[in-house]
Design a protein around this ligand. Structure first.
Ligand code: SF4
Length: 482
């Protein structure tokens, strides 16, 4: 039997509502007052984009939320998204000195959200103004976090920037690939609009991998930034993998944005292969959409999973189960549809995973979600820019300071360069590449804030305030209708 939607729209909306409640004004002030406003603060060093955290927290403490948001967004143009999706416990909050004093760290992520939500709700634009046009043009390939970070920084430096993306709307992973209970896509779409107001042009629905489009971009621009991210899920390479109910976990997550939630087909027994943060996003959303059983299957032990501990705890609290030291051997079907998985126990010795002979068993399931890492887009990179150097791990080789590749006009950032890190790392690398491009073209090094900030909304611009729920499929439909 093909899988079907399992719950009604109202229940799905409730189950997939954001799990982290925003601070009330009183809570935000109380939390900000706990900050020690450290000199040479370790929380700043732990933030890949170098947000001046004590300054923005002090501004919240004194009631200056607009100033706080300005401090955040000057350093990280995707500060509203990062406030929701950053693993803050591993970054700024993990570095907070209060941890050493055996106190709870300052909840920096929630304070950051408090400030950025405030300006979004009031429609106040606090991004630094675009620089005086310098007559140079840069093409950015990919409207994900790296491309957006690069485009915003280039606009501040006076470049004419055009961002190309084959999707109908921008934001990349933030719009399409984050669990709905962590962040609604309208937050990401708002950030794209704010960058467009800096004068950045967006061309959506354009696949620069077709024909000689990329070569033309190189000829027509002073530099090109490559921010294409990663490709689809790695293959399991087991029999039955091509059955219709064996799906890339990221496609499943994206599918929640592609149609109304009560039309998303979900298995009653869902198996998720892998144990990273995408696997957790998939398993928890499957459970919240009505799956009776949702099981993570991971070939190594609990200590070796790449999912963060707080994500793991959330999935367990949602009723997901975990099978460690277990590997899928075959997907079993009946009438062309998935009915079970053959699983086996593994033994990990000296870092190597071996299947224990004779340990196989059958586990009923009707949907298999693959979350075993994403492929590097080596074929696409070679098609775009023949001769671009790729390292032994399949990443685009680059200078770590300028992000310049072996092709002098091509710069790279985000997952295509790193192989897969956090959203905030991608934003930081995009920004770094923009400064690398500027140094390469002008010989000038850029440090610190680039331009004085502006306040107030430009003509005709409106902030969504994140409080008007938009589904990506609704926005895409509206765009199609013009
Ligand atoms: Fe405040 Fe903690 Fe950063 Fe110190 S380390 S400035 S206490 S958030």
């Amino acid at each position: 039997m093909p899988i079907q939607p399992l719950i009604d729209a109202a229940t799905a909306e409730t189950n997939l509502a954001e799990v982290k409640r925003p601070f009330t004004p009183q809570e935000a002030t109380t939390e900000a007052d706990r900050c020690l406003f450290c000199y040479d603060a370790p929380c700043i060093k732990a933030c890949p984009t170098g947000i001046d955290i004590p300054t923005f927290i002090r501004r919240i403490a004194t009631g200056n939320l607009v100033g706080a948001a300005r401090t955040i967004l000057e350093a990280n143009v995707l500060g509203a998204s990062c406030a929701r999706v950053c693993p803050t416990q591993m970054l700024c909050e993990g570095a907070c000195v209060l941890v050493d004093l055996e106190h709870q760290p300052i909840r920096i992520g929630r304070l950051q959200r408090h400030a950025t939500d405030h300006v979004a709700a009031l429609g106040i634009d606090v991004l630094p103004a675009p620089g005086e046009p310098n007559g140079r043009r840069v093409a950015v390939i990919g409207a994900g976090p790296a491309g957006l970070g690069c485009a915003a920084e280039l606009a501040r430096l006076g470049y004419a920037v055009t961002v190309y993306d084959k999707k109908p709307v921008g934001g990349g992973l933030n719009t399409y690939g984050i669990a709905l209970y962590k962040m609604r896509p309208e937050v990401s779409l708002d950030e794209v609009q704010a960058i467009a107001r800096l004068g950045v042009a967006f061309r959506f629905g354009v696949d620069v991998g077709v024909g000689d489009e990329a070569a033309q971009l190189l000829r027509d621009h002073d530099a090109v930034f490559l921010g294409i991210g990663l490709g689809g899920a790695n293959r399991l390479d087991i029999p039955g993998e091509d059955l219709p109910e064996v799906v890339d976990a990221l496609d499943f997550i994206e599918g929640l944005r592609a149609r109304p939630l009560d039309e998303v087909p979900v298995g009653r027994r869902v198996a998720v292969i892998g144990c990273g943060n995408t696997a957790i996003d998939a398993v928890t959303q499957a459970k919240r959409l009505g799956a009776e059983e949702a099981t993570i299957i991971y070939r190594r032990g609990e200590q070796e999973m790449s999912a963060y501990p707080f994500e793991y705890e959330l999935a367990k609290a949602d009723g997901a189960t975990f099978l460690f030291n277990t590997v899928p051997i075959e997907v079993i079907s009946n009438d062309g549809h998935v009915v079970a998985l053959t699983l086996a126990t593994t033994d990990v010795r000296d870092g190597r995973v071996r299947v224990v002979p004779g340990s196989e068993w059958t586990q009923p399931c009707d949907l298999v979600l693959k979350a075993v890492g994403q492929e590097k887009q080596i074929g696409l990179v070679e098609r775009l820019f023949p001769g671009l150097a790729i390292d032994a791990k399949g990443r685009v080789a680059h200078d770590p300071v300028s992000m310049q590749t072996n092709l002098p006009k091509v710069f790279v950032g985000g997952d295509a360069a790193s192989g897969g890190r956090e959203v905030v790392n991608a934003v930081a690398e995009g920004k770094k590449a923009a400064r690398g491009i500027h140094a390469s073209l002008t010989g000038e090094q850029v440090r610190g804030p680039v331009q004085p900030s502006r306040l107030g909304m430009p003509d005709g611009a409106t902030g969504s305030g994140f409080d008007h729920p938009i589904r990506v499929h609704e926005l895409e439909a509206a765009l199609k209708q013009g």
